[in-house]
Design a protein. Structure first.
Length: 453
């Protein structure tokens, strides 16, 4: 059955000629998982870009969160003149963008000027790991559960107030509450319906624990499609909130209450669609799954930076918070970093380490690379943890970005899995954030020191 939200180039051309679509948003995910690109006229896109490509400044893979060009990147620099790279549209992602009147959207892969893939581009990194699965006759299925906090304050008002005194959309814990979520249904419904109309199938929405916190979940699907849907949804949700004079944040830890998680689900299937993680004809974990889990555990600390990429990310990890601290796996155990749940085709591993600020391409690429290492090295299966993983002497998540970045940069596994240039590129990204934070004077320091020091 055709997905009504998706478009072919001839369909786009016809909708443009009928006056229904007048804009094509062409975008690629950057290192932070944000969509960056251009808006194009449909005629030009159909006649020129769809059969070739477009170009954009290479600094888009060499900036900080402020989109400022920063040093330390081998890819591009002032010395290299900040030339262009290529936006190669993936026409399989061409779709309506119904949250913007008269718009369509296409995602792009980033290539160098010789049309070779930009190895540090997040979408390319995930594709590389998916290709490794394909060599074995496997493909990955995935879903991300992305939480956000909604405020009845506009983005502009929030900025002007220094993000103080924001009004949460709900004043109490609305986890699973039908009454509480009804209060914000105009915004949440608009997001759900826009995603469905864009060809991204929604399963459900629900309230969460923090004040104004909510979650919208999407159908389990191929890993690349899941990551693409994640970044489109994140962009659209912010735009739709703004249209309702609201704001929402996906930051991992907005306040001292519960943080925004992004539980990331993953499983493997073979060419016939059979579950690789299940022993054929049984409900038991296959040896491949046990080795895959062993790989995840072996490399979780080295890959923490790809699951928690910002300084704020590490404030989410706290005992009793539903954010994990212990690097263990358990059966349907929400205190563990890796929770195994489901049965048959639905048997999967849920990575509870990522927060709402995660780049989904990097998180899924990291999970696949780690799991495949466990399979290739035939790692010894690790028994499931039972009990409260917040307690006891367990291997723990790094406490800070600085600690995680040091482990990430020094990892021989990471260099083998992603390439030394890629690891150096992302290690520099982490250092840029650390340097920026270390020069900032925070409100916390002023409150602590202004009078009493």
């Amino acid at each position: 059955m055709a997905n009504k939200g998706m478009l072919s180039v001839p369909q786009l051309r016809a909708l443009s000629e009928a006056g229904e679509i007048d804009t094509v948003i062409m975008a690629a995910p950057d290192m932070q998982g944000r969509l960056q690109g251009k808006r194009m006229m449909p005629k030009y896109f159909c006649e020129q870009v769809s059969v070739d490509a477009a170009e954009g400044c290479a600094y888009l893979l060499a900036t900080d969160i402020e989109c400022a060009p920063v040093g330390g990147y081998a890819l591009t620099s002032w010395e290299k003149g900040y030339g262009d790279f290529v936006f190669k549209p993936d026409l399989d992602t061409l779709r309506r963008a119904p949250w913007q009147h008269g718009a369509a959207m296409v995602l792009c892969d980033i290539e160098l000027t010789d049309h070779s893939p930009a190895e540090m581009a997040p979408r390319t990194m995930l594709k590389k790991q998916l290709a490794r699965l394909a060599e074995r006759g496997w493909h990955a299925m995935a879903a991300t559960e992305l939480e956000f906090i909604l405020f009845r304050t506009s983005y502009e008002a929030a900025w002007n107030s220094g993000y103080r005194d924001l009004v949460p959309a709900n004043q109490y814990n609305n986890d699973y509450s039908i009454l509480g979520t009804a209060r914000v249904e105009p915004v949440i419904r608009a997001i759900r319906n826009a995603m469905e109309a864009a060809g991204i199938q929604v399963e459900n929405s629900k309230g969460e624990c923090n004040l104004g916190q909510h979650e919208i979940n999407f159908l389990y699907r191929d890993a690349l499609g899941a990551a693409d849907g994640h970044v489109i949804y994140k962009e659209a949700a912010k735009e739709i909130a703004a249209e309702h004079n609201c704001a929402l944040t996906f930051m991992a830890k907005f306040n001292e209450r519960e943080g925004n998680s992004c539980h990331t689900h993953l499983s493997l299937r073979d060419l016939e669609g059979r579950a690789v993680f299940v022993e054929p004809g049984t409900r038991y974990h296959s040896l491949v799954f046990q080795q895959f889990l062993a790989g995840l555990l072996a490399h979780a600390e080295e890959l923490a930076f790809f699951f928690a990429p910002n300084i704020n990310s590490y404030k989410r990890y706290a005992a009793g918070s539903f954010a994990p601290t212990g690097l263990v796996w358990g059966h349907d155990n929400r205190t563990c970093a890796f929770r195994v749940l489901g049965h048959g085709k639905s048997l999967r591993v849920e990575n509870r380490l990522p927060g709402g600020d995660v780049n989904p391409y990097l998180a899924l690429a990291a999970m696949i690379a780690a799991g495949l290492d466990g399979v290739d090295k035939e790692m010894k299966p690790v028994p499931a943890f039972e009990g409260n993983a917040y307690l006891g002497k367990l291997k723990r998540v790094p406490k800070t970005l600085a600690g995680a970045a040091k482990i990430f940069a020094g990892s021989s596994f990471n260099k083998a899995a992603f390439g030394e240039d890629v690891v150096a590129h992302y290690a520099n990204m982490a250092q840029v954030e650390l340097d920026a934070f270390n020069t900032a004077v925070t409100d916390w320091e002023r409150y602590r020191s202004f009078e009493r020091m």
